[in-house]
Design a protein around this ligand. Structure first.
Ligand code: ZN
Ligand code: ZN
Ligand code: ZN
Length: 386
């Protein structure tokens, strides 16, 4: 993980070096996992009592920002990413499903710029900020099945991955990616001549840039009007400590008319229940742990990971004597029982916390509670493959 910055351009001085803020006064930086959305072209940021609008993606002479390519699987949630389009596998590396959509281009920005035309920013007044959350982080590293260890619960295997692997160590690196596909989901168009960038208007294919000025100099840019460029998403690939829990128990296939939503509801509820349970069990602030999932043929794979750059060793304690899998699952069951409120699907007394507001409507605790109880009750000799 690293930071990205928003350079607030207040003087026309030509191309800057990173962090050459000098007397410009306002320079912002943020964990890139959030910054690729909060500072994305078109987004608004409050600093020093003013509103600043991001106008482009910074380019620095010494920092190369290559295009990369990725595919994400609708069936199982896994993402693969490569430097060359031709290196991408034609079907999902995790579940083998054929991809529904063509590969997408992404870049990993180092920074963003405001425009010299807005050198004084805007009065905050009562206006609402335009910003949009990034997609959640998705797993890139999924170890082979034989790397997963048996825990103390039959049908749950686990593996820990390190954010900063030690030299010569066999442990795999925990790698994830978070992507911002832009306000319309089509990515962003980047001017090849200046640092201007804007949300794309169509999903695929070359598109015209609107007429614009160079954000750094304020001069009219020759690329507006007829210059066609291809869209790219903003991505941030990062390494952190991860534990993956692999369940050999199919989850209930939702029978209703919206199976995708039902699946998402089950998997999201399970992932977040385990995150909150892990934070209790480890005595770690819940904001320092995050969750995501993929789906394997035999059941869900939930990943818990440290929200701290490079990892802080939290997730890697899961499965140890201090935090055995059974205790983790029991803790999740207790949480999902929602003793305080007995809510219908989720509430602040059980699943809902500040960090997961996006999914409050998706959570449904009862199916996951029943599934976990069955799993904990199952006898080892009756579990297939154990
Ligand atoms: Zn897949
Ligand atoms: Zn331009
Ligand atoms: Zn509740």
């Amino acid at each position: 993980m690293h930071d990205v910055r928003l350079e607030v351009i207040r003087e026309a001085r030509g191309r800057a070096q990173p962090w050459e803020g000098g007397d410009n006064g306002v320079e912002l930086s943020r964990d890139a996992a959030l910054g690729i959305s909060e500072y994305a072209p078109g987004a608004e940021v409050v600093a020093a009592g003013r509103i600043w609008v991001s106008a482009g993606i910074a380019r620095y002479p010494k920092e190369f920002m290559p295009d990369r390519y990725y595919r994400s699987c609708d069936a199982c949630h896994h993402v693969q990413i490569a430097d060359d389009r031709g290196e991408l596998a034609q079907s999902c590396l995790n579940c083998g499903a054929a991809y529904a959509a063509p590969p997408r281009t992404c870049v990993e920005p180092i920074g963003f710029v405001t425009s010299i035309a807005d050198r004084n920013g805007r009065d905050p007044g009562v206006s609402r900020l335009r910003s949009r959350p990034a997609d959640e982080a998705r797993l890139i590293t999924i170890p082979r099945l034989d790397r997963f260890a048996e825990g103390d619960v039959p049908s749950v295997r686990f593996v820990t991955l390190r954010g900063s692997p030690l030299p010569g160590e066999a442990e795999a690196e925990g790698r994830l990616v978070v992507v911002n596909r832009g306000p319309k989901g089509f990515g962003f168009l980047r001017c090849p001549w200046c640092e201007h960038a804007e949300p794309a208007r169509a999903a695929f294919g070359a598109q015209r840039l609107t007429a614009h000025r160079d954000p750094r100099t304020g001069e009219a840019c020759g690329a507006g009007g007829d210059k066609q460029v291809w869209p790219a998403d903003l991505a941030h690939v990062f390494e952190t400590d991860v534990v993956q829990l692999r369940f050999s128990r199919p989850f209930p296939e939702p029978a209703d008319t919206a199976p995708a939503a039902g699946r998402e509801s089950f998997l999201r509820t399970l992932s977040e229940a385990l995150r909150l349970a892990a934070s209790r069990l480890l005595g770690v602030d819940r904001r320092d742990l995050r969750s995501t999932y993929v789906v394997a043929p035999e059941g869900p794979v939930v990943a818990l990971y440290d929200g701290i750059p490079g990892g802080a060793g939290y997730s890697r304690r899961i499965g140890s004597e201090e935090a055995p899998i059974r205790r983790l699952l029991e803790e999740a069951v207790e949480l999902l029982e929602c003793r305080a409120a007995q809510c219908a699907s989720s509430c602040r007394a059980c699943l809902n916390d500040y960090g997961n507001q996006l999914w409050w409507d998706v959570f449904d605790r009862k199916p996951v509670l029943a599934w976990l109880r069955d799993l904990l009750a199952a006898r080892a000799d009756r579990v297939p493959g154990a």
